[in-house]
Design a binder for this molecule. Structure first.
Ligand SMILES: [Zn+2]
Length: 336
């Protein structure tokens, strides 16, 4: 018995296959171009075609795949019905209120289970670090274009009543406690001001933190780049290379995440905190510095909780597909 994990991203679909012994049959990336901009009909057929390629690559048969786990960016309901308003990744009109599980299942002829991409990554991170121990809790924070996250309790993703559980990016944080950003205005797409995503995401760098610091560093080379997206993309590399302004920008992000983790420590008393996404796709030295800055941002913890570990998400680029496969395996076992 096998299950598949399918991670539908903006430009690529990433696949993995998992057997009943919890062994992944594909190491590393197994990608196929995504065609979500062309609407559900073309996109879902493309996912099915890519799945055949992945199965061949792993040397197994499609007939042995019992359940497919699918993850996509949201917003979507807990059962995988996309938002009626559409979203950044699903702009084609036919995606409005589209049922991803029903749609994909009709094309591939297998049951499909759904997770949002950040929850899928959180699922994998938790499994990779804590295994299937049923009593562990972890909080995962994925710093990408936005800020996704996931809470795993007792081996289960917290989805909540309508699927918005674990929307960690939109939790307000006391950002005025972060030194060096006095008077900053931090709006978020969700309408809040000063939530985690508004200070700890690529969008936050572009929209808020980089413009704020360019006023303090008027001669900085990033100030000469007209396209704010391009300038924001350069911040991580320059921070890693030691540029003082860019490093300060990453310090602000780390401190913001630290404030948030402090809330999570007091809410869940977790076994571990996990950080993933583009912000930590750097060399180990920079990663280490970033984690230390998060820890400083968390402030003083009570003695019993001071040793709660902060991990970097293992296998960051395949975390979504792996997490979706784990969810599929749970469903397959329940059916067996
Ligand atoms: Zn928000």
């Amino acid at each position: 018995m096998l299950v598949a994990g399918v991670d539908l991203g903006g430009t690529a679909v990433n696949y993995t296959l998992l057997n009943d012994k919890e062994e992944f049959l594909i190491e590393g990336l197994c990608e196929y171009p995504a065609r979500s901009t062309e609407g559900p009909k073309i996109c879902l057929q493309q996912i099915a075609d890519g799945l055949k390629v992945a199965v061949d690559k792993a040397g197994v048969s499609l007939a042995d795949v019992a359940v497919v786990g699918l993850d996509t960016p949201g917003p979507a309901s807990a059962t995988g019905v996309l938002s009626a308003k559409g979203s950044t990744n699903f702009v084609h009109g036919d995606w409005a209120s589209f049922d991803m599980c029903e749609g994909l299942s009709a094309v591939i002829g297998k049951p499909v289970v759904y997770l949002n991409d950040a929850n899928a990554a959180a699922m994998w991170g938790h499994f990779a670090i804590f295994g299937t121990s049923p009593t562990t809790t972890s909080i995962s924070s994925i710093i990408g274009t936005g800020h996704g996250g996931g809470i795993i309790m007792n081996g289960e993703v917290i989805k909540g009543r309508k699927g918005f559980g674990g929307e960690l990016g939109h939790v307000l944080i006391p950002f005025h406690l972060i030194p060096g950003i006095e008077g900053i205005d931090a709006p978020c797409n969700c309408g809040r001001n000063g939530d985690l995503e508004s200070l700890c995401s690529l969008t936050a760098i572009r929209r808020t933190i980089l413009p704020y610091f360019l006023k303090k560093y008027p001669d900085h080379e990033l100030g000469k780049i007209e396209d704010p997206h391009k300038a924001a993309y350069k911040v991580r590399g320059m921070a890693e290379a030691g540029d003082p302004m860019c490093k300060t920008i990453f310090q602000v992000q780390a401190r913001a995440l630290g404030l948030f983790f402090d809330q999570m420590v007091n809410t869940f008393d977790p076994d571990g905190l996990i950080v993933g996404g583009g912000a930590v796709e750097t060399g180990p030295k920079f990663q280490h510095w970033f984690l230390v800055e998060i820890r400083i941002g968390m402030g003083t913890q009570r003695e019993e909780q001071a040793d709660i570990p902060i991990h970097v998400m293992p296998n960051g680029d395949t975390a979504g597909a792996r997490g979706a496969a784990l969810e599929a395996l749970k469903v397959a076992r329940a059916k067996a």
